[in-house]
Design a protein around this ligand. Structure first.
Ligand SMILES: Cc1ncc(COP(=O)(O)O)c(C=O)c1O
Length: 510
């Protein structure tokens, strides 16, 4: 009997790498929740008897969701069994009508782009500020939101991601006020900030250390709809997420209708029961659990910050990039400007290489490794021993590194490609694959992005400029996991573009 998935999982567990990645329970759910049954099949039932209905809850599911809304201070909180993905899509579908304009941060997740495609929305992109030193996005400036709203008075909502994958938090409170001034809602994808509620609000007097506080959750700062992946930063199972609504600008009937459309009609009660356990546990034990976690983060962030070559990304790094706050739970290690000796030659260190060394030589598996940095995702399930092992690994690698001249940041993520058609229009258009070099000046038929995190370099309907080409080349040279470029058997690269009338386009280009 062949079971490739189980075999893969067993092999991964046997390898014994420490998981600095999602899910936040770090596969220690049973020790964190001793009251959850050993055998998950025992609670894997369906909507029978008194077990309520997920899409029209009146019983135990409603009771659990009502408890959640008390914890988060929302008007309504909805358990999600298809991740934040379905929450983001339902939020946009509820707020926008097909063909609407919206202001959207360019660094949003794929679910935002997919919703925009399905609803044929017209995005007005705003660029978060780019940190050239680190090669990553900072926050979205409220001033830019204000200016964009002045230029586009007919937008239906503002859509942001905060915190970013790298932990940068935008000024949600200010942006929410700006949006409300013109009567539109703010939707915040807080997929990476499910711990904010519990971590920002603990009884400080119990603590013995002085640690920096974590930003407040967006739902307490005026956002209208907030979506959080419980499974990313809290001890919950993969796919478990929650959507909070607190607004008089959102039609909750529409929201509930779309939540129903985008989610399974057979919700997993294993997910529902473990989500409930997670929220209850985090709420009741927040002081104990999160003070220990914050103290550990504080201790180890100080030590990581003292490494000679590897740079631990801090809130201070984003002072110029409109960062309102930073999630200290994200350990982002940059190796920009670092090198190492190999066969008598100095080689530039990359995030990809750092990730490989950490995994293969030290058994430390990162959430993401690419470009110039790696991301370690932490949670309350990480012990002091785990932090210490990561520190020892980083210290030992740091000793092998040297400083190189910092390479010029050629990233063009900070500029928007020229927009020719909407995503839906481009995907429905006749398209063709052309050799990579011939794609310049053509309209992209697909998303091209590095995964993770999945922020598009170009979306369907945007022009593949020289800058876009350079960005793609840089990603390929760095061996990043680039999506949207296909390779034939000889390794020749192809890009999907809008099929054009060649005769007409030749004249147009002249
Ligand atoms: C910023 C952001 N939003 C939304 C999502 C989707 O979350 P989920 O995996 O819970 O569907 C992700 C997933 O990685 C993400 O990074």
């Amino acid at each position: 009997m062949e079971q490739p998935i189980l075999s893969g999982l067993t092999a991964y567990n046997t390898e014994g790498c420490y998981p600095w990645h999602m899910p936040g329970h770090k596969r220690r759910l049973n020790t964190i929740f001793p009251d959850i049954v050993e055998n998950p099949f025992l609670i894997d039932v369906t909507e029978v008897g008194d077990l309520d209905e997920f899409h029209d809850p009146h019983g135990i599911i409603l009771e659990a969701m009502d408890r959640a809304k008390e914890v988060y201070g929302s008007h309504k909180s909805y358990y999600l069994v298809n991740g934040s993905t379905c929450g983001v899509m339902a939020a946009l579908s509820a707020v926008c009508r097909p063909g609407d304009k919206l202001i959207v941060a360019r660094n949003c997740h794929k679910s935002v782009y997919n919703a925009m495609r399905l609803l044929q929305l017209k995005p007005i992109y705003i660029m978060p500020e780019w940190n050239e030193e680190l090669g990553m996005f900072g926050g979205v400036s409220p001033e830019l939101v204000k200016k964009t709203m002045k230029q586009h008075t007919d937008v239906r909502c503002v859509m942001l991601v905060s915190p970013t994958y790298e932990g940068v938090v935008s000024d949600v409170e200010k942006i929410a006020k700006l949006a409300h001034k013109v009567g539109i809602p703010l939707i915040v994808d807080e997929a990476h900030g499910a711990h904010f509620e519990f971590m920002s609000n603990v009884n400080e007097t119990i603590s013995t250390t002085n640690y920096k506080n974590i930003p407040d959750p967006a739902i307490r700062l005026g956002a209208d709809i907030v979506i959080e992946s419980l499974h990313k930063t809290l001890p919950a199972m993969t796919q478990c997420a929650i959507l909070h609504e607190k607004s008089n600008l959102v039609d909750t009937e529409r929201l509930e209708e779309y939540l129903s459309i985008y989610q399974s009609t057979s919700p997993s009660y294993v997910f529902l029961a473990t989500m409930e356990a997670c929220i209850e546990k985090m709420n009741y034990e927040r002081d104990g659990l999160f003070i220990i976690y914050k103290e550990l983060l504080s201790e180890y962030r100080k030590r990581f910050a003292q490494l000679t070559h590897i740079h631990l990304v801090e809130e201070n790094d984003f002072k110029k990039q409109s960062a309102y706050g930073y999630d200290d739970g994200k350990l982002v290690f940059s190796v920009k400007g670092c090198g190492y000796e190999q066969d008598g030659q100095m080689v530039r260190m990359t995030g990809t290489k750092l990730g490989t060394v950490l995994q293969e030589e030290y058994g430390q598996m990162m959430e993401m490794a690419g470009g110039n940095y790696v991301i370690a995702m932490t949670s309350i399930a990480d012990s002091k021993e785990a932090f210490e092992a990561l520190y020892q690994a980083m210290e030992s690698i740091d000793e092998r590194l040297m400083d190189l001249e910092k390479s010029v940041d050629t990233s063009l993520y900070r500029t928007l490609p020229e927009h020719k058609m909407n995503i839906a229009e481009a995907r429905e258009h006749k398209r063709q694959d052309v050799p990579f070099e011939d794609a310049i000046g053509r309209i992209s038929g697909d998303y091209i992005y590095v995964y993770p995190p999945g922020i598009p370099i170009v979306t369907p309907g945007e022009v593949i400029s020289l800058g876009v080409m350079q960005e793609m080349k840089a990603a390929m040279v760095s061996n990043l996991n680039i999506k949207g470029i296909t390779f034939d058997q000889k390794g020749k690269a192809f890009v999907n573009v809008i099929r054009e009338n060649r005769w007409l386009s030749r004249i147009q280009r002249r």
